[in-house]
Design a protein around this ligand. Structure first.
Ligand SMILES: Nc1ncnc2c1ncn2[C@@H]1O[C@H](COP(=O)(O)OP(=O)(O)OP(=O)(O)O)[C@@H](O)[C@H]1O
Ligand SMILES: [Mg+2]
Length: 275
């Protein structure tokens, strides 16, 4: 079945970009074989070439893309309210394979997957993020709450699902599905604050799931003592701003302490002297 939907871009511009990528090489790719995403970057837009566009969060069939359409509308509403989501502008799919067009997120990935094992990259990144104003962290947590309360799932596993720009702040990409509750797969609605507690420390340098990607040990091993001290100092500043942002958004010190007591939460917190 062929489906084309244009939510926030005209058909001609969308078609021109889809045609243009046939002569381009993708600059970024996704990390899951299910969707096998290839991202083609334009100045203002991104074309994502994907498989299984007609499945939401691996488990929910979406043959006529009605869920995706509802998601696109909610994302545009959130954007209109000032939430830093990257919405879906258009989709073109044939039997589930095809293209999603989005505005291009500004700045760069919170941590670029291809560079996180490079110590000079990590040192530069934590310095930049440690200098980000508290207001950006506060908005990051406030936006997590709003996106989650709108029923949309945020993928906190990939730190490249977030962008940071020095004036705009943190932005959210890869918003492709609703929470399980919206699809009748769970009785419990994910609460914004729960999600915020889980995701609020993501701007710190650590591996979210070391089982999949463990760059911390590699990077720390390569560093001199003074480089480690600088990394630790900047990362602690980021950590404290994240914590303050959580508290500024109604998360209690007690909730944070309980979360930090979990072994799986910031698994390298001792190694990184974060807690
Ligand atoms: N709107 C966008 N603006 C800028 N870059 C983007 C945008 N969308 C995707 N990218 C780039 O392409 C990468 C892969 O895109 P995306 O995260 O949507 O794919 P995915 O298949 O869901 O990946 P994963 O499962 O690894 O999270 C992103 O990490 C980012 O580097
Ligand atoms: Mg992603």
């Amino acid at each position: 079945m062929k489906i084309e939907k244009y939510f926030a871009i005209d058909q001609t511009t969308a078609q021109q970009m889809i045609k243009a990528i046939k002569r381009m090489t993708h600059e970024r790719s996704g990390d899951n074989r299910f969707q096998n995403t290839k991202a083609f970057l334009f100045d203002e837009h991104v074309v994502l070439k994907m498989q299984n566009i007609n499945v939401r969060n691996v488990a929910t069939q979406d043959p006529d893309l009605k869920h995706l359409e509802r998601l696109a509308k909610t994302l545009l509403e959130l954007q209109a309210q000032g939430v830093n989501v990257v919405p879906i502008s258009a989709v073109k799919s044939k039997n589930g394979n095809g293209y999603i067009i989005q505005p291009r997120a500004k700045g760069s990935e919170l941590y670029d997957r291809d560079e996180t094992s490079c110590k000079s990259y990590v040192l530069k990144r934590v310095e930049l993020l440690s200098n980000a104003p508290q207001g950006h962290f506060d908005k990051y947590v406030a936006d997590i709450i709003k996106i989650t309360d709108a029923g949309i799932i945020i993928d906190f596993v990939g730190k490249d699902n977030f962008f940071y720009h020095e004036t705009i702040g943190f932005q959210f990409i890869d918003l492709n599905a609703h929470n399980d509750y919206e699809y009748g797969l769970s009785d419990e609605k994910t609460q914004g604050k729960q999600a915020a507690l889980r995701g609020c420390f993501l701007p710190c340098y650590f591996d979210a799931v070391p089982k999949y990607r463990n760059t911390v040990s590699l990077v720390l091993d390569e560093m001199s003592n003074s480089e480690r001290a600088i990394l630790t100092k900047h990362n602690q500043i980021i950590f404290n701003k994240c914590k303050a942002a959580a508290i500024n958004n109604g998360i209690t010190e007690k909730m944070i302490c309980e979360m930090l007591a979990n072994e799986w939460f910031i698994p390298q917190k001792q190694q990184l002297e974060l807690a």
